[in-house]
Design a protein around this ligand. Sequence first.
Ligand SMILES: O=C(O)CCC(=O)C(=O)O
Ligand SMILES: [Fe+2]
Length: 350
Amino acid sequence: MTSNFQSIPIIDLSLAESPTRPELLKQLHYALTQVGFLYVSSHGVPREAIQDLKDLLPRLFKLDQGTKEKGALHNSPHFLGYSHVGSEMTAGAEDKREQFEFATELPNIWREGRPLYERLKGPNQWPAEDPQIQNVIESYIYELTQLGERFLTLVADALSVPAETLFSFLSDQHRLKLVHYPPSDSPDSAGQGVGPHKDSSGWWTFLLQASPPHVKGLQALNKDGEWIDIPVIEDTFVVNIGQAFEVVTHGFCKATTHRVSSGLMERYSVPFFQGVRGTLTKEEALGTLKDYFGAEKLSKVDAGAHIDSAFLCGKYDTWGESQLRTKIRSHRDVGRKFYTGVFDQYVNDN
Ligand SMILES: O=C(O)CCC(=O)C(=O)O
Ligand SMILES: [Fe+2]
């Protein structure tokens, strides 16, 4: 259960070497079960991979609008590319941010007759202006993929579940968003950068807050309904639980609600969403770790906890189909263009 946390714990991954490992696992267990958010320090991602990406962000977003739109997300059946400010809504209001969405570079292997969600995988739209861009982003995705796997091994240990079971849920596609929150026009118009949400598209999220520490905005919601600041801490990543992980742990580890307010200063951030394989079924998601987290294993409080998941509550049996539906609902132009056969159904099946 998410408790009344007042700050986000920092977990120093260098403690993973014995004899300090038990202490790290204890701290991690607390973060996983009581907060749903944590920072990792000594994470092992090379400084250069991070700095190159930070340097790229202002260059990329300063390109003129026409150039950015050449790689528009609405031209991609894989939902990869650029989205302008105001193209997404969260919690019923417009988000004030623009973003480039990339993923692990994969060929499009979907063919007529195969499950439609396989079409979420496919090539990126690389901005043509600067060949460096692709290198920087591909190395960053590679490094974060590695960090995600190292981290998952620690999570398995902290929860006393087999690491290979957690690995068996992973996809070969992970997604990366480069996000720019433009500054508000006036001190009174602090707006919605992104509205309150839980991360629905991944297993775990690893977020780089790519602006200096005086730029604020990100907050997580505790059980008492208080918004707790998640300030920038240099040389760390913010890590949080996605909804699929909440499902497989039967709500033992909760996906915590968070939001970003936009302020007078522009802000950059880069979430990496560790992917879940599309073939995962509800039965498998709930059945695999049942002996570890099933109702009889959890305390009364935890067992009664509601798992908030469009996947579990929805009509579709696989994670892939549930993901595709979510994507189509938030990018309806892509749905109409590339997924005509299921568009009406996905949009109207509440
Ligand atoms: O920009 C941030 O710091 C967080 C963004 C976020 O929560 C998301 O895109 O899911
Ligand atoms: Fe998020």
